[in-house]
Design a protein around this ligand. Structure first.
Ligand SMILES: Nc1ncnc2c1ncn2[C@@H]1O[C@H](COP(=O)(O)OP(=O)(O)OP(=O)(O)O)[C@@H](O)[C@H]1O
Length: 644
């Protein structure tokens, strides 16, 4: 399902979250460039003073050169003016270059912080709007800082001074200039108010269309195969059109203000000229003053005109700044953690409750369990029972609402997240790899990885021979969706990645969903070895083979513990076919396929067996009596009440 995300502002206004810590962090980064801002300010003073070159030259031409008819004065003045313009151009260019670098520095300083904060939030909620736009928000601010319109901010303080200068020429002209500046200010505020809503909607719609395009591209194979191309394209185009419509609305409104501001400014320059001419006729001022006042007025109004013309960029950057403040406030940078020693595999969960980020109802509650070094715990339960949620909790991706999770006595958040990641091996339900070689993927994208460790992990995962068979072995380049790798190969590379670095706690979410019998055996071998080395292994299972090496079994139902204890004991309580599973060679070892009319081949033929989560009744396609003794499937019956 593709959702168009809420506008970010609506989202955080809704939560009324405190954005002050993030804003303070942003200001601290801005302060680091204080020296450069100071330099730009000084250059701006010079540039603005040099802006008087034109009007003063005009004044001199009219009042001195034409009056005295002195060519020598004209040549001298012209030489001086040429030099001053050269200076102005150079200084203006210099301040532009400095601001571009200040913007780049801002981005460079905050890039990693914003990306990390986005990743933390995305791990919790893949639709988090602030996380989705974080880097773009940063770029919007960076672009504004580097844009000429930002320099208008440094020029704006000169507007009153230029108006004061005109006032000194003649109060009537000053009053006109002041009135005009006030009208433009009102126009600027009106522009800001009238374009705010369409700018936000256009951005939101653009983001929605981009996300949809990304999802469709990523799943293009399925989209095509399922004949969804037409419908998908229609939806995408609808989103694009919405974005386009609102963009047009924004540009219409912005364009209207921009065009009328410019025209108004040109008109008032003429009006100033007319007023000046009248004052000349009245003998109040000279013609030179008349021309100079008109030009200075143009200069005085330029910053306001520029801000109105570029309002979309200014508004985007303002929104970006506010979004970044919210993002950074809600995902504070963690102070450096005291480096804890490598933990032992003592995992303990006490009375845990988990509410997915953005959700209101818990998906796990009252959950307690403990696993000791050298133990493997199988986690079973019907679909949506909360198995993957438990995995997300244990790897530190989802926060605890209440309760406690500790590894070797220390709560998970006492570990630095990267350090904790090194102690944990995780194989997600849906393996995603990254652009890079097979070896780099196994080494968790470490640039300076230990080759032996990569090969050791691959061997443990039973992936070594498969990898050697790839076109360029460990150096074979792969992509996020695996490139040329099959589902089973991806799962084995994913398992090798989980085992890289000798983790203490290994969480495997349906590790054998894509594995053939060899793969399942390799997996069980890996679990055995991890146990013998003192690691703790958690296996979320839908198939009996996966729990073959498990000492403990946890059955979840509706987010709560339905049964927990030694594996065989729990199986006896919850599996209708426990006799089949507990029989020597049962429990998913390599059982012979069931006799008779079992609908699927046994795992020894490489076909997947399915965990049935049926409650009392007939197991479809299998006679009742046979279902009771099947060793291929894990057939869950209603667990006896209170059997925890
Ligand atoms: N990001 C999320 N936000 C809100 N609810 C979620 C989220 N992820 C999962 N849930 C809900 O949590 C419950 C448990 O989901 P979970 O993925 O843990 O189930 P599971 O036991 O792993 O299922 P399966 O065997 O089908 O993978 C489900 O009701 C699901 O809708």
């Amino acid at each position: 399902m593709i959702h168009s995300p809420q506008p970010a502002s609506a989202q955080h206004h809704g939560h009324a979250s405190d954005t002050r810590p993030g804003a303070a962090e942003l200001r601290a980064v801005r302060r680091a460039s204080r020296g450069l801002f100071g330099m730009v300010f000084i250059l701006s003073v010079a540039v603005n003073l040099l802006m008087l070159t034109g009007p003063l030259f005009m004044l001199q031409i009219y009042d001195r050169v034409l009056g005295s008819r002195s060519e020598a004065t004209l040549v001298a003045l012209f030489g001086l003016v040429a030099f001053l313009y050269l200076m102005m151009g150079t200084l203006d260019h210099a301040r532009g270059r400095i601001m571009a670098r200040v913007g780049a520095r801002l981005q460079d300083t905050l890039d990693a912080r914003v990306f990390r904060a986005s990743m933390v939030r995305m791990a919790r909620n893949p639709n988090d709007r602030l996380a989705l736009t974080g880097l773009r928000d940063l770029e919007a601010v960076q672009r504004l800082w580097a844009a000429p319109v930002f320099l208008a901010l440094f020029d704006a303080p000169w507007t009153p001074m230029f108006i004061a200068l005109i006032w000194m020429f003649h109060p009537l002209m000053g009053a006109l200039a002041l009135g005009v500046a006030l009208v433009l200010l009102v126009l600027m505020l009106l522009n800001q108010r009238l374009t705010r809503a369409p700018i936000e909607v256009a951005q939101s719609a653009t983001l929605g269309a981009e996300r949809m395009a990304g999802q469709l591209r990523a799943e293009s194979e399925a989209v095509r195969a399922l004949g969804m191309q037409g419908a998908a394209l229609d939806r995408w185009q609808q989103a694009r059109r919405t974005a386009l419509r609102h963009s047009l609305d924004t540009s219409d409104r912005g364009g209207m203000f921009s065009a009328w501001t410019k025209t108004f400014r040109l008109f008032v320059q003429s009006a100033m000229l007319a007023l000046g001419a009248w004052l000349v006729l009245e003998g109040e001022i000279t013609p030179g003053v008349m021309i100079a006042a008109s030009i200075i007025l143009g200069r005085a109004l330029a910053p306001i005109e520029q801000v109105i013309g570029q309002w979309a960029a200014v508004a985007r950057a303002r929104e970006g700044w506010a979004n970044l403040a919210a993002l950074l406030s809600q995902t504070p940078a963690l102070p450096p953690r005291v480096a804890l020693p490598r933990p032992r595999a003592r995992l303990s969960v006490e009375n845990a409750m988990v509410i997915p980020p953005g959700a209101s109802r818990p998906v796990l509650q009252g959950l307690s369990l403990s696993v000791s070094p050298g133990q493997a715990l199988g986690i079973i339960g019907a679909s949506a029972a909360g198995k993957s949620s438990l995995a997300r909790l244990l790897i530190g991706a989802w926060p605890l609402a209440t309760g406690r999770v500790t590894l070797d006595g220390a709560a998970l958040d006492q570990y630095d997240s990267d350090t904790l990641g090194r102690y944990i091996g995780y194989l997600p339900q849906r393996v995603t790899l990254f652009d890079g070689t097979v070896a780099e993927n196994i080494a968790r994208l470490d640039t300076d990885f230990d080759h032996d460790a990569v090969i050791r992990a691959a061997k443990r995962a039973g992936a070594h021979d498969i990898i050697l068979g790839l076109p360029d072995g460990y150096n074979t380049p792969i992509t996020a969706n695996g490139g040329g790798l099959t589902g089973g190969q991806m799962q084995r590379v994913g398992l090798a990645r989980a085992l890289y670095g000798d983790p203490v706690l290994v969480v495997l979410d349906e590790p054998n969903s894509n594995l053939d019998n060899d793969g399942s055996q390799a997996l069980n071998g890996a679990i055995r070895q991890l146990k013998s080395e003192g690691a703790a292994v958690l296996v979320i299972a839908h198939r009996p083979q996966a729990i073959q090496e498990c000492d403990l079994l946890l059955m979840l139902a509706g987010g709560a513990v339905a049964a927990f204890g030694p594996r065989d004991e729990v199986l006896r309580k919850v599996a209708r076919n426990h006799t089949g599973l507990l029989r020597p060679g049962g429990g998913g070892g390599d059982p012979a396929p069931p006799q008779g009319s079992a609908p699927q081949a046994g795992p020894s033929q490489g076909a997947p067996a399915v965990m049935r989560t049926t409650y009392p009744g007939t197991v479809s396609g299998m006679p009742e009596s046979q279902a009771e003794t099947s060793a291929n499937d894990l057939i869950i019956g209603t667990p006896p009440k209170g059997s925890t």
